[in-house]
Design a protein around this ligand. Structure first.
Ligand code: GLC
Length: 578
């Protein structure tokens, strides 16, 4: 081996040093700084946000017309629900062409203009990627179902009828809860965990996987900044379809999530797509255990950046929920990810009813305070906040009386299922008023003109009649509105990195009305005290007259009862900085 001269040795070492220094630092610990950890994600539900052409359906041009509004909120990223071509069985979650825009929403030119407009305003764009299933109107499925020997047959899961009926699989959306649908064309059953029009894609087929990665790259090349993987925890399957225990559907996530080679597929996706662009990735669903969730998001595994778990939102029930459970759940998730990995924080999205109705109190006397209190919670926890459009106004559940008013496919199917099986339909209707996701999908309330300024036509789903009092225009004019309070919160979070990465410590643990915690980082310390109840409540926390209340949702900060406690009014929220 040639011996290096001392000069070349120095040059060699310098080059090595430089190469090491330039290599992007691999994120490991929870407090390694990353843009997607510091992001404030605002979820736009395109169908209900703003209609530009009077057809009653929100669209991309509508969103473009509201970009300055979105920017004014102080959010830094927007997650768009699916905007691809779709026959709309499940509001766009049934995609018939992954590389085109849904006609109702506009054109690819509109999409490009939307991304440009977001980027000009410093806002990142996150796309919904729905690849556990496609639409049955996708060309792949049309080919696949046409014959048993079609080259696309293996893009989906088929069970030939000559083998008899396949083992029962529960469908979340089907009218009979049956995930196998018989198709006479090829005398076989196909699998659909969601509706019949949403056949599950076969991730075990490498050709299908490659098609998906290419499609994802197509959008990355267009300049998008992240992906939200819809229902992906269910994508891998044991294609032998063994029998599951009786009543497995009561705990179906255990049988459906994180199966087979799911992690392998995610690592492949990371290598093929995520690693090639500066994009973030978040999965819907985090499995059953913290270990599952870690396996998805620990950086050294090169899969995803974060996932969102349902434990927090699942606590709210029509019968009520306990704050102790709520605190316990969020605290457990925080501590499981304190050292490694990263989580997302949310209380609502397009699959949930309105946050204020479920976790706060939407009676006129409490709506404003409790909306602000819940927003304070989301914006001061560790994890990336995902904030659902309309919550910044304190929009509430619409509470339809009649099944005909609902638009949601699984809601109608469940109604039919219960009807057929002698269920209590009135009880179901009552429950839907509280937790049906259509409550979160009513049109955004822009102003007090007809249809809340959402459309000049007939809205695809009824507008909440309370738009005459709860609307953006009115709240713009009111310095103390929910909307302006939300802006203060985003400002606070963006200016204080301790609220993003800082250590979380729960205080006054056994208090059934108060949620109090501190966030600390590098000598910066915040104390957040939230009254989740409709009456006065004492919080066992120590502040004194010199402690600065940096944000609060009443006109003045709470009363300091004594050196070890403060008294909060109904749904009062306060953020102190030490
Ligand atoms: C996810 C979506 C939901 C959709 C379902 C089927 O849960 O968030 O809206 O209905 O997947 O795609």
């Amino acid at each position: 081996m040639k011996i290096l001269s001392s000069t070349s040795r120095i040059i060699f070492s310098l080059t090595l040093l430089l190469a090491v220094a330039c290599e992007p630092k691999k994120e490991k610990a929870a407090d390694d700084h990353r843009w997607w950890k510091e992001a404030i994600v605002y979820q736009v539900y395109p169908r209900s946000f703003k209609d530009s052409d009077g057809d009653g359906i929100g669209d991309l041009k509508g969103i473009i017309s509201k970009l300055d509004y979105i920017k004014s909120l102080g959010v830094t990223a927007v997650w768009l629900n699916p905007i691809y071509s779709s026959p709309n069985d499940d509001n766009g979650y049934d995609i018939s062409d992954y590389r085109n825009i849904m006609k109702d929403f506009g054109t690819m030119e509109d999409f490009d203009a939307l991304v440009k407009g977001m980027h000009e305003r410093g806002i990142k764009v996150i796309m919904d990627v729905v690849v556990n299933h496609s639409s049955d109107e996708h060309e792949w499925f049309k080919q696949s179902r046409s014959s048993r020997t079609n080259p696309y047959r293996n893009y989906y899961h088929w069970w030939n009828a000559d083998k008899g009926k396949p083992a029962y699989r529960y469908s979340l959306f089907d009218v009979n809860h049956d995930a196998w649908k018989y198709d006479s064309i090829s005398d076989a059953y196909y699998l659909h965990y969601f509706s019949r029009k949403q056949p599950d894609l076969n991730w075990e087929n490498p050709k299908l996987r490659q098609e998906i990665y290419d499609m994802m790259k197509f959008w990355a090349e267009k300049g998008i900044d992240g992906y939200r993987l819809d229902a992906f925890q269910f994508a891998a399957k044991d294609t032998l379809f063994p029998e599951f225990p009786k009543e497995f559907e009561k705990d179906f996530v255990k049988y459906y999530a994180m199966q087979g080679n799911l992690h392998g597929y995610l690592q492949e996706m990371n290598k093929e797509v995520f690693s090639k662009y500066d994009v973030m990735s978040v999965a819907e669903g985090a499995g059953k255990t913290f270990e599952d969730a870690h396996n998805l998001v620990d950086a050294d595994r090169s899969e995803l950046n974060m996932a969102y778990a349902f434990d927090g939102v699942d606590i709210a029930k029509p019968e009520g929920y306990s704050l102790l459970k709520f605190k316990n759940t969020f605290s457990k998730w925080d501590s499981a990810f304190a050292a490694k990995g990263w989580i997302s924080i949310f209380l609502a999205n397009h699959d949930q009813a309105r946050m204020v109705t479920r976790f706060g109190n939407d009676k006129p006397e409490f709506r404003d305070a409790s909306s602000k209190m819940l927003s304070t919670f989301i914006m001061t926890m560790r994890g990336t906040p995902y904030y659902y459009n309309g919550d910044e106004l304190g929009m509430t559940n619409i509470r339809f009386d009649k099944i005909e008013d609902y638009r949601d496919v699984p809601t109608h199917n469940e109604y039919l299922y219960q009807k057929k099986n002698g269920g209590d339909l009135n009880k179901l209707l009552e429950r839907l008023k509280f937790d049906c996701r259509d409550n979160g999908r009513t049109p955004f309330q822009w102003d007090r003109t007809a249809n809340a300024g959402f459309t000049t036509g007939t809205a695809w789903i009824k507008v909440n009649p309370n738009y005459t009092t709860i609307n953006e225009a009115a709240q713009e004019k009111d310095a103390n509105s929910c909307l302006n309070y939300f802006r203060k919160l985003t400002e606070l979070r963006k200016n204080n990195v301790a609220l993003v990465y800082g250590k979380y410590t729960l205080l006054d643990k056994g208090n059934e009305k108060i949620y109090a915690y501190t966030r600390e980082d590098n000598g910066e310390k915040f104390l957040i005290v939230l009254n989740f109840s409709d009456s006065n409540a004492n919080a066992a926390v120590s502040v004194d007259a010199n402690t600065k209340a940096v944000l609060f949702n009443y006109n003045e900060a709470p009363v300091i009862a004594n050196k070890d406690s403060i008294t909060l009014r109904p749904y009062e929220a306060v953020v102190y900085k030490f």
